[in-house]
Design a protein around this ligand. Sequence first.
Ligand code: FES
Length: 135
Amino acid sequence: MKRREFLKNSGMVCLGAVAGGSMLASCSKVYYASFSVENKSIKISKSEFEDRDSVIIKDDRLPAPIYIVQEGDGYSAVLMLCTHKECEVTPFGQELHCPCHGSEFTNKGQVITGPAEDDLKKFKVTSDANFIYIT
Ligand code: FES
Protein backbone atom coordinates (compact mmCIF):
# COMPACT_ATOMS: atom_id res chain seq x y z
CA MET A 1 0.00 0.00 0.00
CA LYS A 2 1.38 3.37 -0.98
CA ARG A 3 1.84 6.05 1.67
CA ARG A 4 -0.90 8.27 0.25
CA GLU A 5 -3.38 5.38 0.19
CA PHE A 6 -2.41 4.42 3.73
CA LEU A 7 -2.98 7.97 4.98
CA LYS A 8 -6.32 8.07 3.20
CA ASN A 9 -7.53 4.79 4.66
CA SER A 10 -6.27 5.09 8.18
CA GLY A 11 -5.70 7.77 10.69
CA MET A 12 -4.91 8.54 14.27
CA VAL A 13 -7.46 10.23 16.45
CA CYS A 14 -6.22 11.83 19.63
CA LEU A 15 -8.38 13.83 21.94
CA GLY A 16 -7.14 16.53 24.26
CA ALA A 17 -5.69 14.50 27.08
CA VAL A 18 -2.16 15.70 26.42
CA ALA A 19 -2.19 17.94 29.47
CA GLY A 20 -3.01 14.96 31.66
CA GLY A 21 -0.06 13.02 30.32
CA SER A 22 -2.22 10.19 29.04
CA MET A 23 -2.00 10.92 25.36
CA LEU A 24 -1.20 7.36 24.36
CA ALA A 25 -4.16 5.99 26.30
CA SER A 26 -6.49 8.47 24.60
CA CYS A 27 -5.39 7.82 21.03
CA SER A 28 -7.36 5.46 18.86
CA LYS A 29 -6.44 4.34 15.38
CA VAL A 30 -9.37 4.64 13.06
CA TYR A 31 -9.76 2.80 9.81
CA TYR A 32 -11.88 4.02 6.93
CA ALA A 33 -13.29 0.92 5.27
CA SER A 34 -14.04 0.47 1.59
CA PHE A 35 -17.69 -0.06 0.78
CA SER A 36 -20.27 -0.03 -1.98
CA VAL A 37 -23.92 0.92 -2.07
CA GLU A 38 -26.31 -1.72 -3.40
CA ASN A 39 -30.10 -1.69 -3.19
CA LYS A 40 -30.01 1.16 -0.66
CA SER A 41 -27.68 -0.84 1.60
CA ILE A 42 -24.08 -0.13 2.43
CA LYS A 43 -22.10 -3.29 1.67
CA ILE A 44 -18.78 -3.92 3.43
CA SER A 45 -16.53 -6.94 3.12
CA LYS A 46 -16.01 -8.79 6.38
CA SER A 47 -12.31 -8.83 5.47
CA GLU A 48 -12.22 -5.15 6.50
CA PHE A 49 -12.41 -6.44 10.10
CA GLU A 50 -9.50 -8.89 9.84
CA ASP A 51 -7.11 -6.88 12.01
CA ARG A 52 -9.53 -4.63 13.85
CA ASP A 53 -12.87 -4.65 15.62
CA SER A 54 -14.17 -1.33 14.34
CA VAL A 55 -14.21 0.60 11.08
CA ILE A 56 -15.62 3.89 9.87
CA ILE A 57 -17.59 4.52 6.70
CA LYS A 58 -17.32 8.06 5.38
CA ASP A 59 -19.25 9.36 2.40
CA ASP A 60 -20.45 12.81 1.33
CA ARG A 61 -24.00 11.47 1.03
CA LEU A 62 -24.09 10.75 4.77
CA PRO A 63 -24.70 13.49 7.36
CA ALA A 64 -21.79 12.03 9.38
CA PRO A 65 -19.59 8.94 9.24
CA ILE A 66 -20.92 5.57 10.40
CA TYR A 67 -19.02 3.71 13.11
CA ILE A 68 -19.24 -0.08 12.82
CA VAL A 69 -18.18 -2.43 15.58
CA GLN A 70 -17.72 -6.19 15.40
CA GLU A 71 -18.41 -8.25 18.51
CA GLY A 72 -18.18 -11.99 18.02
CA ASP A 73 -20.32 -12.83 15.01
CA GLY A 74 -22.40 -9.67 15.33
CA TYR A 75 -22.02 -6.10 14.14
CA SER A 76 -23.48 -2.77 15.21
CA ALA A 77 -23.48 0.51 13.31
CA VAL A 78 -24.18 4.02 14.59
CA LEU A 79 -24.20 7.46 13.01
CA MET A 80 -21.34 9.51 14.45
CA LEU A 81 -23.57 12.55 14.97
CA CYS A 82 -24.08 13.69 18.54
CA THR A 83 -27.75 13.87 19.50
CA HIS A 84 -27.17 17.00 21.60
CA LYS A 85 -26.31 19.61 18.95
CA GLU A 86 -25.06 17.48 16.06
CA CYS A 87 -21.29 17.64 16.40
CA GLU A 88 -19.39 14.68 14.98
CA VAL A 89 -18.31 12.27 17.70
CA THR A 90 -14.85 10.73 17.82
CA PRO A 91 -13.63 7.24 18.78
CA PHE A 92 -11.97 7.28 22.18
CA GLY A 93 -10.87 3.83 23.30
CA GLN A 94 -14.02 1.71 23.42
CA GLU A 95 -16.27 4.80 23.47
CA LEU A 96 -17.36 7.65 21.24
CA HIS A 97 -16.86 11.15 22.64
CA CYS A 98 -18.28 14.46 21.51
CA PRO A 99 -15.70 17.24 21.35
CA CYS A 100 -18.29 20.03 21.57
CA HIS A 101 -19.83 19.66 25.05
CA GLY A 102 -18.43 16.39 26.35
CA SER A 103 -21.15 13.81 25.80
CA GLU A 104 -19.91 10.23 25.89
CA PHE A 105 -21.43 7.16 24.26
CA THR A 106 -20.65 3.46 24.23
CA ASN A 107 -19.26 2.15 20.96
CA LYS A 108 -22.82 0.95 20.26
CA GLY A 109 -24.20 4.47 20.66
CA GLN A 110 -25.74 4.36 24.14
CA VAL A 111 -25.41 7.59 26.15
CA ILE A 112 -22.97 7.33 29.06
CA THR A 113 -22.59 11.01 29.91
CA GLY A 114 -24.65 14.03 28.83
CA PRO A 115 -25.60 16.66 27.99
CA ALA A 116 -26.88 14.43 25.17
CA GLU A 117 -30.00 12.61 26.36
CA ASP A 118 -30.63 10.37 23.36
CA ASP A 119 -28.54 7.51 22.03
CA LEU A 120 -26.80 7.83 18.67
CA LYS A 121 -28.84 6.78 15.65
CA LYS A 122 -28.46 3.05 15.09
CA PHE A 123 -28.64 1.25 11.77
CA LYS A 124 -29.90 -2.23 11.04
CA VAL A 125 -26.99 -4.55 10.24
CA THR A 126 -27.32 -7.90 8.52
CA SER A 127 -24.64 -10.19 7.13
CA ASP A 128 -23.92 -13.22 5.02
CA ALA A 129 -20.76 -15.31 4.72
CA ASN A 130 -18.60 -12.55 3.24
CA PHE A 131 -20.31 -9.18 3.65
CA ILE A 132 -22.23 -7.04 6.10
CA TYR A 133 -25.09 -4.81 5.00
CA ILE A 134 -26.14 -1.59 6.70
CA THR A 135 -29.61 -0.19 6.06
S1 FES B 1 -23.05 18.56 20.50
FE1 FES B 1 -22.31 16.77 21.47
S2 FES B 1 -22.35 17.25 23.56
FE2 FES B 1 -23.16 19.01 22.61
